[in-house]
Design a protein. Structure first.
Length: 254
């Protein structure tokens, strides 16, 4: 737009000055910045008419301006469209990445047993951190999600880790003994009435864990054959975030 303006503006201003100078002399004697003329009214009229036609002959300017404006608007629209498309693409990629990441790293589970009450209520839902034990091992007190075998159809169970690989576990008079010493838990769990298989000392092999439910007298866990010792290769991950009910949403405290 500026090149067009710079080209035509000086010419238009010059013609206006000449036209005004001609009119001021009423055709008798005219003198402007270009020349002086005393040829009379007829010549002046013809000249003024020609110059006015040139002065107000604007279609060419308008056409060029419209063309330049149209081009600028098209570029602007293309630029806006490009930015919007890039923005939409970035959002879609981010969402896809988030979904894939959540599928690979996290899994949701619903507590379907009363074995972990009152810590975990039946029907509550949680996220499982599937990477928690890829580079490390379960720690005592961790709440883990596991299967009893390698089948994908095997049910998922949620229990608390008590015994670690290489340790000897035994339950005597309601007390949990680890390597012959009483294990003092940080929470007030019920006294165990039925030690099950743990009435006799159980020595854990490499990669094996002894688990108990927090509802000690109503839990199927490592004291019984259906669960028994939990092998690390069957551990899905660590329970770490509660997602329902809404009032309890947040990180899980072991």
């Amino acid at each position: 737009m500026r090149p067009i303006f710079s080209f035509f503006f000086p010419r238009i201003c010059g013609k206006i000055i000449r036209y005004l100078a001609d009119g001021a002399g009423n055709g008798a004697v005219r003198c402007d910045v270009w020349n002086c003329d005393t040829n009379g009214v007829d010549m002046s009229d013809r000249r003024n008419k020609r110059e006015k036609e040139q002065l107000f002959n604007m279609p060419e300017i308008t056409k060029m301006e419209k063309k330049a404006l149209s081009g600028a608007m098209e570029k602007l629209e293309d630029s806006k469209l490009k930015k919007v498309l890039i923005w939409v693409f970035e959002i879609v990629v981010t969402l896809i990445f988030a979904v894939l990441t959540s599928m690979m790293l996290f899994q949701s589970v619903t507590m379907q047993e009363s074995s972990m009450e009152p810590t975990l209520a039946v029907g509550s839902r949680y996220f499982v951190n599937k990477l928690a034990y890829k580079a490390s091992s379960p720690k005592r007190g961790d709440i883990i999600v596991f299967r009893t075998n390698g089948s994908d159809d095997a049910a998922l169970h949620i229990r608390r880790v008590i015994g670690l690989p290489g340790e000897t576990i035994q339950i005597v008079n309601g007390r949990i003994l680890i390597n012959g010493e009483t294990y003092k838990e940080g929470k007030d769990f019920p006294t165990i009435n039925n030690p099950g298989m743990a009435a006799n000392a159980i020595t854990l092999e490499a990669g094996e864990y002894f688990v108990l439910g927090d509802n000690r007298n109503n839990s199927e866990d490592s004291r019984y054959g259906d669960i028994g010792r939990v092998n690390k290769k069957y551990i899905t991950g660590k329970l770490w975030f509660q997602i329902s009910p809404k009032k309890d949403i947040g990180p899980l405290e072991n």
